[in-house]
Design a protein around this ligand. Structure first.
Ligand SMILES: Cc1ncc(COP(=O)(O)O)c(C=O)c1O
Length: 391
């Protein structure tokens, strides 16, 4: 018997990561040194102050029961919202921790959508967004983010028949893969649009702390009326270099939080309590804040190196004010971004992601992740440059 994934999961099982790994193996077979700027996972290690605290928390045997929400984490999330965004958040009813942002992103559409409903998501956008509607047995519509409009949402481009059936919309700024940011004015328009059209919003603010050049990322919950329709999603993976502990959280609309909490209570019991304690500590500690500042400075320096070197490559890109990605447009004569990446990996060992893996509007681009040290990144861009001259 041939065992196959369900139709809902088959696209994911055959996705870009599988192909990329095959190409990497092939390049290794050709004795190429691999420099991986494809994956969006921090290479930086968590601060010692965090790992020291975690060692203490795991020794506390009272924390080994089913890990329902730790009030301490909820309180610190609420305090952090007040300090960081001047937003009041009820720690009991307006917060829910998740098993990484990814789990929240997956289970919320499943909890809210019926088969007639449509999920709106950005294209280009984080690849998981494109699968979520099918997980929820509903339909998805990738709203285009176009360079001509500085990758901002063009509400009037969403067809009326799609709009009528749209129940949930995912919005992500600072954006993966685009590295584009937003403004409070744009978020005000978004909240107005969502309220007028009875659409709920998941605002994925995973990268809000990785910003440069004086840009401070807003929260959608700063906008009047946002709590009526929105929840905001955060992750500990990128800000604190803790992708392995799988901790994220939602804050915002209490009805949405209640629904997800009820659904999750049948699926999982949350994240290991020592990890929740660590999250609470990370949010409140001044020393950790200083470590985050150093992390951001590291990404800023790497960004500057790539920006300087890419200028000579005949590649167009915007200088990002946030995230650790650079989304770059390949020269016009290169028609197929995936084929370009395949040849790049095989001939140079440098791995980036084809823009089309983020949706059809990503075609003709590559995403470069700043997840290697400065020298390695510099070597990789030099190799990309040399390879481009031969294309
Ligand atoms: C935009 C965006 N949202 C969510 C996630 C998931 O983060 P987590 O590690 O918390 O699941 C990622 C991870 O790359 C991301 O880029």
């Amino acid at each position: 018997m041939k065992i196959q994934p369900s139709d809902r999961f088959v696209h994911q099982a055959e996705g870009i990561w599988k192909r990329l790994n095959m190409w990497i193996d092939k390049a290794r077979g050709r004795k190429k040194d691999i420099i991986n700027l494809g994956i969006g996972c921090p290479d930086l290690r968590p601060a010692t102050i965090l790992t020291d605290r975690l060692s203490e928390f795991v020794k506390d045997t009272s924390l080994y029961g089913y890990p329902f929400s730790e009030l301490e984490l909820n309180n610190e999330i609420s305090n952090w919202y007040k300090r960081r965004f001047n937003v009041d958040i009820d720690p009991i009813r307006e917060v829910l921790h998740t098993i990484g942002a990814q789990e929240g992103l997956t289970n919320l559409p499943v909890s809210l959508l019926d088969s007639e409903d449509i999920l709106l998501y950005p294209d280009p956008g984080y690849p998981l967004y494109g699968y979520l509607a099918s997980f929820a047995y509903s339909r998805g519509y990738g709203y285009p983010l176009r360079e001509e409009n500085e990758y901002q949402i063009e509400f009037d481009r969403i067809p009326p028949d799609i709009l009528k059936r749209s129940k949930l919309m995912i919005v992500n700024y600072p954006s993966n893969p685009l590295a584009t940011t937003t403004t409070r004015e744009a978020l005000t328009q978004l909240v107005d649009f969502a309220r007028r059209n009875d659409i709920l919003i998941i605002y994925d603010n995973t990268y809000c702390e990785i910003t440069f050049d004086g840009y401070v990322a807003p929260s959608i919950l700063e906008i009047d009326g946002a709590k009526d329709i929105a929840v905001e999603l955060h992750s500990f993976s990128k800000t604190y270099n803790l992708p392995g502990i799988r901790l994220g959280f939602f804050a915002g609309n209490r009805e949405i939080i209640k629904i997800l909490s009820d659904v999750k209570s049948n699926i999982d019991f949350g994240v290991f309590k020592p990890f929740q304690r660590l999250g609470a500590f990370a949010l409140k500690s001044n020393e950790v804040r200083e470590e985050v500042r150093k992390t951001v400075e590291t990404y800023r320096r790497r960004r500057n190196i790539v920006v300087e070197q890419l200028k000579n490559c005949g590649i167009e890109f915007n200088v990002p004010k946030a995230t650790f990605y650079i989304f770059a447009k390949l020269p016009k004569h290169i028609e197929n971004d995936e084929e370009f990446v395949y040849n790049l990996v095989l001939n140079t060992g440098v791995v980036v992601l084809p823009g089309s893996s983020f949706g059809k509007n990503g075609q003709g681009h590559i995403r470069i992740s700043l997840v290697q040290d400065e020298n390695t990144i510099s070597t990789a861009i030099e190799k990309i440059n040399q390879f481009l001259t031969k294309c």
